[in-house]
Design a binder for this molecule. Sequence first.
Ligand code: KIV
Length: 267
Amino acid sequence: REKVTIQTLQKLRESNVPISMLTAYDYPTALSCSANPSIDVTLVGDSLAQVCLGYKSTTQLTLDQMIHHASAVARGQPILSYSPDDAVRNAVRMVQESQVEAVKLEGGEEIVHLVRRLTSIGIPVMAHIGLMPQRHVALSGYKVQGKNVACAKELVRTASLLEEAGAFAMVVEAVPKELGRYITEHVRIPTIGIGAGPWTNGQVLVWDDAMGTWNGHKAKFVRRFANLQAAREQGVQGYADAVKDGSFPDPVRESYTIQQAEWTRFL
Ligand code: KIV
């Protein structure tokens, strides 16, 4: 498949072809994404903190940890974005050290200057509005955003500001579907929804939510497309049973042998 660029995403938007984005945090997962021509973007999201590293919140993740995982993903998949701290220096480090091609920033008006600065030095920025998990404390939890007129208007305003500042695309998280559609119709850059209804230009899910690798909280907008946790548990049990009952390894199929003559001489 041809390399997916910002222009590709814009073309998908213009031709009403939904953009598919999935998160990945390591090399094998990135390969699964890049091997599938229907996945347009792989995102090293800072959801890494919870689903992969066992932290309670994305705010506990360090930049070094982000770079470590983003580098692994970049080796398996050339297109991705991620969420760094809101500092140009950190974004530059991410791009240089991880070889990612873009950064994703959660925030509204207060990050407009940063979006402008990063795009001006050639670092493409994917914005992230609506529910911003990095601010779950300030937002009093992981709640649907834009449910009243004032908040909805503020989100539309923010979306326009971020577009004007140069964001090439925008994640819209946990907003009513009507607002997801309205924002999509009022900006000219692709919107990628997560819990924002079916009418955004694309969709993103966290890998572990979509593939069922864990049984953490399942938000309303998550659909499980696989049950990797069950498969993994079955595999672990099978391995443990086979070791315990002595059936693994098989002396012929899973063991090496030495020529009988050599063995006799050895003895
Ligand atoms: O961090 C993340 O994985 C994200 C996606 C869910 C959009 O922000």
